[in-house]
Design a protein around this ligand. Sequence first.
Ligand code: BGC
Length: 467
Amino acid sequence: MQGFPCAPVGEGPLSEVPPAGLRKIRMHAVLIAVGGFLFGFDTGVISGALLFIKSEFDLNAFEQGSVVSVLVLGAMVGALGSGRIADRLGRRMIFGLEGLLFLFGTAMAVLSNGYWTLLLARLVLGLAVGAASATVPPYLSEIAPKEIRGRLLTLNQLMITIGILAAYLVNLLFAGSGDWRAMLGAGAIPALVMVAAALWILPESPQWLLSHGKESEARRLIASVTNDATADVVLERRTRELHDQGGDGDEAPGWRELLTPRVRPALIVGLMLAALQQFGGINTIIYYAPTIIESTGLAASNAIFYSIAIGLINLVMTLVAIRLIDRAGRRALLLVSFGTMAVTMVLLGLSFVAGWSSALSLVFMVLYIAGFAVGVGPVFWTLLGEVFPPDVRATGSSASTAVNWAANFTVSLVFLSVVAAIGEGQTFWIFAAVSLLGFWFAKRFVPETKERDYGEVDADLKARFGS
Ligand code: BGC
């Protein structure tokens, strides 16, 4: 049971939500996905800003690394803490608080006068990034009609990729003047949008209202995008489903609930995909592409150009995923994606070991990014909004997101050292092996969620886990 349930397929898609209601839902989804934009922007902007910060603040290598990675550590904590708050205070409230935290962190970064204040600012920004990354998927899932739920949830990943690209472009814009405060400060605009949207535009999630006994508000909300008669039918159905889901009725169940037999399969899927998404090596390419490209023998002078090209492919293939996800389904995209990532990583590794041309390495890298962006990138975040039972959806998303950030931190930290120890090619083969494992895991354990209510997703999950 998720979002605004619609008529079964065959009765005409989206027949319960008229076009005006759909437009409203789409507009809300775009605003919620601004949280994803800031996830991408704040992780991407630092690479360019650092070039100027390091000379102004006289930062050594360790200090530079810590300014980059403290955000990822903060994100882990933010992801862990935000789920329970989202369950207690509501999806809209946590979204507004995240906007405020983004604003506060951005102001601190812009005004920082040395290493320590900047480090603190990046930690605060990390808390906001982590909280947004964990709470945006459940929020999107709960306002979406199920026939387009995949597309709306994929908006999150699209905005992450747009955020990364926007950061590169802002870096490019201010690189001439070296104005790193302006680079970091640009993040204040989307943060303001988040706060304003939470205050004046966004609705609370009807799902959350229902599970907190606020039936009349939930009914009013559903009626505002459908009509009174439909709202009654939907409300009745959803109240029934809420009682059928098997929770203990606690308004905001805690972490322990995640380990109960009814949630465990979903938790395994969430945590495994979180780890597989990162250990497949994506951020070694996103964060280190220029370094890798340089080691193939191509000039590094065009580093920003290459980053922008990779950012563009990432964005374009995410658009393709948006078109496909509600047609082909989540599983098909995941399998094609893990498969492509494994093959391209084997070839990328070979091109280093066998000393093939640098242009060929670049082609494999681009194909790898395309493979990631069409499946593993968006589908992980989509499933976070779909596999958990409604009463622990935010908490489950929190736990999985925290593991995603922890894995991201580990890979980014050790990547260059592993390359130094065993060589580039061999390191890429490790990523290929992880992607193969991902293929097997997705084929065996990941349920299809396309056009399904929660009950059907749960039945699929339980069948796969034999429970
Ligand atoms: C991942 C990020 C990654 C981004 C690249 C996201 O799905 O979680 O770690 O940087 O995709 O587009």
